[in-house]
Ligand binder design. Structure first.
Ligand code: F6P
Length: 347
């Protein structure tokens, strides 16, 4: 078979591991040929490709980023975009297209699938918020990076008797905040799922001071909001899918905490460090399993499907189901957070 592959949306560690595994399985077991489209859907629209062979995908398992590069190109916004995509894909005589991406990327796959393109999806988002799968690769690596940062912030916060607010990624779901916050022993964890009660946050910080702890660590997801307020954004620009650039809730909180408590407070925004660098062993494994499973789906003729992890098993679900809604942090994890920080508004 001739199979196209692309990576769309924000990158995350493990994309190269998926590409390598799919190419290996396809070539070694089926004699498949691969075409890599560069920079997500842009590469399809502009017909910019690279060969994906055993040679070009060798030595990339441990590398972050994506050899196919990525973009947030929205085909829906381009007049005649879907027709152009279908034309380019047909010119390459492809039997299938595997798109690695989150809900935005998969929404384009779905639209193409409805136009007769044989699409298979691989779930990718650092935010871990795609429905129908228990995990997206890249999330484990991001959590390790954020946890290490929280660990490191402890000693400097302690040395100066400070509050440090650490902002992590998580646009609509607080998976990274909750996981790194619990693993790193943060005093307060704030997520997009619940409005921030600043009174409660300050009460919790003060309570810890009154009970012997002279510093505090607050972990906040970039998408968390104060009640009645919008998400804090950087500038006015939105990407082609309409998403604003989230950034700054950490600094807003730091200023508010310092004003209300009198404790010296700093903020740090981990930003894209969470998406960079080498994937963890877990993410390499998950990504490899997804890559193999995507080829299996293609050869089984199961199109319009997304490979997913359910428990410990790799299976698949319709792409439409996966993008129907955001997978927010589960109640049981929120309950763990509440057990550790029992004030009403702070999760
Ligand atoms: O969607 C994943 C994500 O990493 C979000 O957590 C974050 O808000 C956004 O992408 C950042 O996007 P960009 O890399 O385009 O700045």
């Amino acid at each position: 078979m001739r199979i196209g592959m692309l990576t769309g949306g924000g990158d995350c560690p493990g994309l190269n591991a998926v590409i390598r595994a799919a190419v290996r399985k396809g070539i070694l077991h089926h004699g498949d040929e691969f075409v890599g489209f560069m920079e997500g859907w842009r590469g399809v629209l502009d017909d910019v490709t690279m060969p994906l062979t055993l040679e070009t995908t060798s030595g990339i398992l441990h590398r972050g980023g994506t050899i196919l590069r990525s973009s947030r190109t929205n085909v829906k916004k381009i007049p005649g975009g879907f027709e152009k995509c279908a034309e380019v894909l047909a010119s390459h005589k492809l039997d299938a297209l595997i798109a690695l991406g989150g809900d935005d990327t998969q929404s384009i796959s779905l639209a193409l699938a409805e136009r007769g393109v044989n699409c298979v999806g691989v779930p990718k988002t650092i935010d871990n918020d795609l429905s129908g799968t228990d995990a997206c690769f890249g999330f484990d690596t991001a959590v390790s990076i954020a946890t290490e940062a929280v660990d490191r912030l402890h000693s400097t916060a302690e040395a100066h008797n400070r509050v440090i607010v650490c902002e992590v990624m998580g646009r609509d779901a607080g998976w990274i905040a909750v996981t790194s916050g619990i693993a790193g022993g943060a005093d307060v964890i704030l997520v997009p799922e619940l409005p921030i009660d600043i009174e409660d946050v300050c009460r919790l910080v003060k309570y810890r001071r009154e009970h012997g702890k002279k510093f505090s660590i607050v972990v906040v997801a970039e998408g968390a909001k104060l009640p009645e307020a919008d998400q804090v954004v950087l500038g006015t620009a939105v990407d082609s899918f309409g998403h604003a650039r989230l950034s700054g809730i950490g600094q807003v909180l730091a200023e508010e905490i310092e004003k209300r408590t009198g404790y010296e407070t700093r903020s740090v925004n981990l930003g894209h460090t969470q998406r960079g660098g080498t994937p963890s062993a877990y993410d390499r494994m998950l990504a490899t399993r997804y890559g193999v499973a995507a080829i299996d789906l293609v050869h089984a003729g199961k199109f319009g499907q997304l490979v997913v992890l359910r428990g410990t098993e790799i299976t698949h679900i319709p792409i439409a189901e996966a993008i129907a809604k955001t997978r927010t942090v589960s109640e049981d994890l929120l309950a763990v957070v509440k057990s550790l920080q029992p004030l009403a508004g702070a999760v």
